[in-house]
Write a protein that binds this ligand. Structure first.
Ligand SMILES: Cc1cc2nc3c(=O)[nH]c(=O)nc-3n(C[C@H](O)[C@H](O)[C@H](O)COP(=O)(O)O)c2cc1C
Length: 347
């Protein structure tokens, strides 16, 4: 069941349109600098994230593992992350924690040396769901050891869960369990496309997580993915209704920055270097990319590396036009927020 679900997600994301219909990044404007007073070659995209040096403020977000075919995808992602010098995450490790035959599709990552590797488990699995045993601290340690990982990303995907027939719909005690886990293991709290509010960010901080991945609305819609999986079932209407449910990614960055100084990953609809610049100018420390990399990683390791290097080239080009020689300067850029985004943040 889980195996086919992870494969379905990949196939649907590759073959169907599952993007949110909204381009919130275009509602953010930057101030061009006519005289850059720097040379393009002198621009550095290097920065520190979660205590390590990375070549650019980019993270390959959690995508996959746990079915035949996922090993190749994770191998290519890990090789690309090592070559480009950026962190990467694996997809939910629940399949491998439940059945050892799936471990290989994750373990392959430990053959490479990206600056950081993030394991992944679902927040709903921290509590009992439909008679299944919850994932405990020991299982999380096993998940980290499997990939020689540095942090566990605990993903909050309740939107996706409630629009599918077999989804996990228990939520009581999630935060208490997260807190207990975070006492013993370095945790990143991660949304998967519906965003994090200022109140939620504060709760995550108080639970002791080390970073937040805002996983906002505006990119891959997991309601959209479930809509395609649920064709012929009643739940498809619910999935369609909630296709664009959530807090837009740029709003989520601003919201989190209102209540926390925790490191922030801005995932959700980041597709190029210009989006990256805007996310950083709003207060994110790095951006995360999932949907955008899929067609490239599906082709080859080389295509994956070119895709990432192209984003870094775009990032450097925009930094030049803003007169920023490093990421620190980029973070101080003035931004103008227009349209619907302005309404969100004026609230
Ligand atoms: C095929 C696919 C599988 C995913 N699987 C996971 C997962 O197992 N765990 C997780 O935390 N996020 C998962 N995600 C969510 C992404 O990490 C990310 O939060 C989300 O897709 C929004 O980013 P995007 O707009 O760049 O795709 C997956 C995304 C895709 C496209």
């Amino acid at each position: 069941m889980i195996e086919s679900r992870k494969k379905d997600h990949m196939d649907i994301c590759l073959k169907k349109d599952v993007e949110s219909g909204n381009d919130f990044w275009s509602m953010i404007k930057l101030f061009h600098r006519a005289a850059p007073e720097i040379d393009l070659d002198d621009i550095s995209t290097r920065c520190k994230f979660l205590g390590v040096d990375i070549s650019a403020p980019l993270v390959i977000s959690a995508i996959t593992g746990g079915y035949s075919g996922a090993k190749t995808i994770n191998q290519r992602l890990a090789a690309a992350a090592e070559k480009v010098g950026i962190p990467m995450g694996v997809g939910s490790q629940r399949p491998a924690l439940e059945n050892k035959k799936y471990r290989k599709s994750y373990e392959v990552v430990s053959k490479y040396d990206p600056p950081l590797v993030f394991g992944n488990i679902g927040a709903p699995q921290l509590i009992p769901q439909k008679g299944r045993t919850p994932i405990d601290v020991e299982k999380c340690k096993e998940a980290l050891e499997m990939i020689d990982g540095d942090f566990i990303a605990v993903h909050f995907n309740y939107l996706q869960e409630v629009v599918q027939p077999e989804g996990d719909d228990h939520g009581v005690n999630i935060m208490a369990n997260l807190k207990e886990l975070a006492r013993q293991i370095p945790i990143i709290a991660k949304e998967t496309g519906a965003g994090v509010s200022s109140e939620m960010a504060l709760e995550f901080q108080e639970a002791g997580v080390r970073a937040i991945d805002v996983g906002g609305m505006g990119g891959t819609s997991f309601s959209g993915v479930e809509y395609h999986r649920n064709k012929g079932k009643n739940e498809k209407d619910l999935a369609k209704l909630l296709w664009d449910w959530g807090i837009p990614t740029p709003v989520s960055i601003i919201e989190c920055r209102r209540t926390t100084e925790l490191p922030l990953i801005s995932t959700g609809g980041v597709r190029n270097g210009l989006h990256t610049v805007k996310a950083l100018a709003l207060g994110a420390d790095t951006v995360g990319i999932a949907g955008g990399i899929l067609p490239w990683v599906n082709r080859s390791e080389e295509d994956t590396i070119s895709y990432l290097n192209n984003i870094i080239k775009e990032l450097r080009t925009v930094m030049f036009l803003l007169g920023c020689k490093n990421i620190e300067e980029l973070r101080k850029q003035r931004v103008v927020i227009t349209g619907e985004l302005r309404d969100w943040i004026m609230d």
